[in-house]
Design a protein around this ligand. Sequence first.
Ligand SMILES: *Cc1c(COP(=O)(O)O)cnc(C)c1O
Length: 233
Amino acid sequence: MQNILENLQQVHNQISSSCTSSGRDVSTVKLLCVSKTKPEQMIKEAYAAGERYFGESYALEAAQKIESLKSQGFNDIIWHFIGPIQSNKTKHIAAHFDVVESLDRIKIAQRLSDQRPDDLPPLKVMIQVNISHEDQKQGCDEHEVEELIKATSVLPKLEVIGLMGVARIDADKDELEQSFNSLKALRDRLSATYPNLTELSMGMTQDLDEAIACGSTEVRIGSAIFGAREYHK
Ligand SMILES: *Cc1c(COP(=O)(O)O)cnc(C)c1O
């Protein structure tokens, strides 16, 4: 059994001590609770503890949880999509999410904008950048980011707000800092042209301290809050 309330207190303590050591105000780092594969009940526990930002990776599973929670009155959760995006799932993502962090190609941007329901505000998006330089990894190459932002920013139902990156799973401290610093440098450079590009989503359970030291504005934490994930084949 996971004690979600205790886990959350520990995560918040870790975030605030990271902020203190890097001279940052704790209010500048948002906690996204990554609830993929986890049951509704766990989301409700984190909600009761005061959390409002939740991240999901599987479009259909997420759409069901979001609809169910809304029907029970949980209307003020901000839902972030952080998983790989298949083009046949964009409709569910456009209809249910507030923010998409894993945008990495224009075809998907176009579909999300086309499919965003008229009664909803523009979908906020972040561009996922491949900062781990692994071939099979999600995210576009650093040199493709500007063009994708340019093409996305003219779409009527999308609003580009930042960049997201995932570091290599067994990267050491030096490599983590290199990856995170390169994402921050890219955001800093592009925000001269795109002033709405303020968000820097980087840092997970393993590497949140390094990410905060490098300027992360949002850490995406799953297992430290909800426990290890089990995947059923
Ligand atoms: C699953 C996932 C996370 C959370 O990972 P933990 O190691 O459980 O904290 C964060 N970001 C992305 C993109 C993920 O897919």
